[in-house]
Structures are given as structure tokens and as C-alpha cells.
Design a protein around this ligand. Sequence first.
Ligand code: FES
Length: 105
Amino acid sequence: MLPWVFAINENELADGEKKLLLLEDKTILLVRQEGNYYAMSNKCPHMGCPLSKGNLEGFIIKCPCHDWKFDVRSGEFLAAPEIKAPVYDTDISEGKVFVKMDGEL
Ligand code: FES
């Protein structure tokens, strides 16, 4: 299995937008902010709700179920950073966005 998996074409997501993806059987939340892409597990570390249905403000995604807030850059729960959602490296090549699926932290 190749670690870098094609996610989307770069022009599919505008700054400040998010998208739910299924990559290698995992649901991934992809966010574009300030021209960079951030990928994290879509599954909230609290009780598994889909983070893609939450509100995104800057780099912070708020879980729709119990309002826990996570930084999409690190996957950290703001109130207790030791609780983290897995995050994945991203890369852009020739207008395509790739996610490194073995990059779990
Ligand atoms: S399931 Fe996300 S905050 Fe509870």
C-alpha cells in the first residue's frame, strides 16, 4: 500500500472550507485554511461523532455532538491536549492534494 493517497484536486476546496473523504477505509476530514491543507480523522475522540458536521472557525473544528473543539493542525482537544484525533500529513503536487495515510500521530 502506498502511504500517499490522492485526496482531491486543489481547486475543489476554497480557503476556510472542509470536506469529508473516505481514504483507505478511513473517514478523513480535510480542511483548507490559509492555502494549506489539514487532514484529521473524522471521528471525534470523545464518542465518535462525525467532525465534518461541526462548525469550522479558523483552525478549530467544533464537534456537533457535545461541542468539544479540536485544532485541525494537531488534532488536539483544546481543553485537554493529551486527547487527540489522529492527523495525517498532506502534500500538494501538480494541483492535486495527497494525504499520507500512514502518518498517524
Ligand atoms: S462525540 Fe464529539 S464531543 Fe462528544
